[in-house]
Design a protein around this ligand. Structure first.
Ligand code: FAD
Length: 426
């Protein structure tokens, strides 16, 4: 039996585990904290703009279970907010145990509170991963999905300090770049000529601390847009955000709130003194210890150079996905790149040709487009998402964006990709 070892249990690791398991391998996820989903414990916005197309493609390709779980348990569906249409919002307080149970039910083994710290190599082949308690985990093929935030030093040096984000470095130890340990030179994202990384772009608010009117609006609509007084508009903040799809004027001129269990304030760094001047926010509190009002985590500090099969360049049996695989932003982006990494990892271990998804699909296109773009002079300043900014513009221009399920299904079928993630190859 082929053993696939996945390091990091965020959405990318979960997507990879699903595809590798369905392909017939033994699958183990190693996760350093006590929770799956990583940054997915903050987010919740799915299916906005081109993410709808990508989710439907993944479903047609037979890798839709995680999207179907999210759809089934969504807190709000078909939500529109500035620059974004037909979003689904999952409940960040409910989704993790559902995904954890699902993965275990399909036979994925998960080890929590186990942190990979070293690799054991023979030439360019990884033989095993060493955990922080000294245990050695052997496998045939490895997938790194450790994300790109942490360790704390990065947040202190390039950000506003450590906020105990999803990585929970102070409690569970810092993220480790497995590709770098294996001798690969990781890529580093930039935000200006001399500043590395990018700030996470939202804060979590406690719903009960908002006025009853705002709570009612959020319960009913999933979204609230409140105009800011002139004195509180700060367009400079837009430049700081990782999520370029929300770096548009509406996000500086308004407070935009989304109901994802906690209330997601779509803006970084809002001082409580200022926030409490706004009607409905007089008693507002952040959900600690997440992003709160000042701190924020720094991301895109170590991305593995990879090919379009999701294999790390120069390595024989190491694949990657999610933020580790390039400046991708989003849960959808993590899941779909994870699916391809999971399938190709099993194909590699069974000596089958690896699959490249064609550029006639949004998933295939973003995977190869990001690889080309990051080689350009300003490439490492960019972030890519189906949900907005340059990549969503590209989707629209080349006709990839669609919310027509039949059309998406036909497109996938025409390429012979229907059900590819559903086929056992072992
Ligand atoms: C505040 C915030 C809000 C966001 N909101 C949204 C949103 O609404 N919608 C959206 O689509 N995207 C959102 N994003 C972006 C999105 O969450 C990420 O792009 C995506 O979830 C990244 O997934 P990942 O699996 O690649 O990495 P991560 O989520 O970072 O997962 C990495 C995992 O690896 C584990 N790990 C790290 N090192 C090790 C190690 N050495 N050994 C074992 N385990 C390790 C970590 O604990 C973690 O669980 C948000 C991000 C942030 C920070």
């Amino acid at each position: 039996m082929i053993r696939v070892v996945i390091i990091g249990g965020g959405w990318a690791g979960c997507g990879a585990a699903l595809a590798a398991k369905k392909a017939g391998a033994d699958v183990l996820i190693i996760e350093k904290t006590d929770l799956l989903l990583g940054c997915g414990l903050f987010g919740g916005i799915m299916r906005n703009n081109g993410r709808y197309t990508a989710a439907e493609e993944a479903i047609e390709m037979g890798g839709g279970e995680l999207f179907e779980i999210i759809d089934r348990t969504a807190k709000h569906v078909n939500v529109n907010f500035p620059g974004h249409n037909h979003a689904t919002l999952y409940d960040i307080t409910k989704i993790e145990p559902i995904v954890r149970r699902f993965l275990r039910e399909i036979g994925v083994e998960i080890k929590f509170m186990k942190r990979a710290v070293e690799v054991e190599m023979k030439k360019n082949i990884i033989k095993g991963i060493i955990l922080d308690d000294g245990e050695k985990i052997s496998g045939d093929v490895f997938i790194e999905t450790t994300g790109s935030s942490g360790p704390m030093g990065n947040c202190l040096k390039y950000g506003n300090g450590c906020v105990m984000c999803a990585q929970k470095c102070p409690a569970f130890g810092p993220r480790v770049s497995i590709s770098q340990k294996a001798g690969v030179n990781d890529l580093i994202g930039k935000r200006s000529a001399d500043l590395f990384g990018a700030m996470s772009g939202s804060c979590d608010i406690n719903k009960d601390s908002l006025s009853s009117e705002l709570q009612k609006m959020l319960d009913e609509e999933g979204v609230a847009v409140i105009k800011l007084p002139e004195s509180l508009i700060n367009k400079e903040k837009l430049k700081m955000k990782v999520c370029q799809q929300y770096a548009i004027n509406e996000y500086a001129e308004n407070i935009i709130l989304l109901d994802t269990g906690h209330i997601k304030l779509m803006s970084p760094f809002f001082n409580l003194e200022d926030l409490r001047k706004i009607e409905g926010f007089e008693n507002v509190m952040y959900e600690g210890p997440f992003a709160a009002s000042k701190g924020n985590s720094i991301r895109y500090m170590s991305m593995a150079p990879r090919d379009d099969f999701m294999k790390v360049m120069g390595m024989d049996n190491l694949f990657c996905a999610g933020e580790k695989a390039g400046p991708f932003v989003g849960h959808t982006e993590a899941i779909v790149t994870g699916l391809l990494a999971g399938l190709n990892a099993v194909r590699k271990a069974t000596k089958k040709d690896l699959i490249k998804l064609p550029e006639t699909t949004a998933i295939g296109d973003i995977i190869s487009y990001v690889n080309e773009e990051i080689k350009k002079p300003d490439g490492l300043y960019q972030r890519f998402t189906f949900a907005g900014s340059t990549y969503f513009e590209r989707m629209k221009q080349i006709g990839l964006y669609s919310t027509n399920k039949k059309q998406i299904s036909e497109r996938v079928n025409k390429e012979g990709l229907t059900g590819i993630f559903d086929k056992r190859i072992l």
